[in-house]
Ligand binder design. Sequence first.
Ligand SMILES: [Fe+2]
Length: 172
Amino acid sequence: MPTRLGAVAPATAPATAPALTPVLSPARLARTARSFAARPDLWRPRVRFGAEERWHARLEQTPEYEVWLLTWLPGQGTEIHDHGGASGAFTVVEGVLTERSFRLGPPAAHARELREGAVRSFGPRYVHEVGNRGTVPAVSVHAYAPVLATMSYYRETAGGRIALDRTDPVED
Ligand SMILES: [Fe+2]
């Protein structure tokens, strides 16, 4: 039986294209982080503190988003980083965190203190660092969409700007 070429899809277009996963908005991720935070039964049993390295644990992963628990002993904090194009949100569930967010032109940094219940959400190009500058441990819940694949790290330069340092894959 002859093939009806007109009915054959071009080789570059699969008959069943994978559905595009919609990327959740920062506002939606903030609601996700808040709803996890409101359920201590989901995160409190996972809380650990690491003196050598900050403790983190993935609480949930779906095709659309993931939720992480992070803990922070006094003095612990992140480097300046982005989220590899993912949007995100986080909320403090214990203690106090300080966030500095960055933009590409000077003045580069803006610092804010985040107490229990505070929520921050951000789009895919956001650059920040988060740390515990207080005297008691802190715990936070973070949501990202899509699932984190890479993160880039930056250093502050003398001119009050930030410069890309490296990009690393995100592992559990
Ligand atoms: Fe972050």
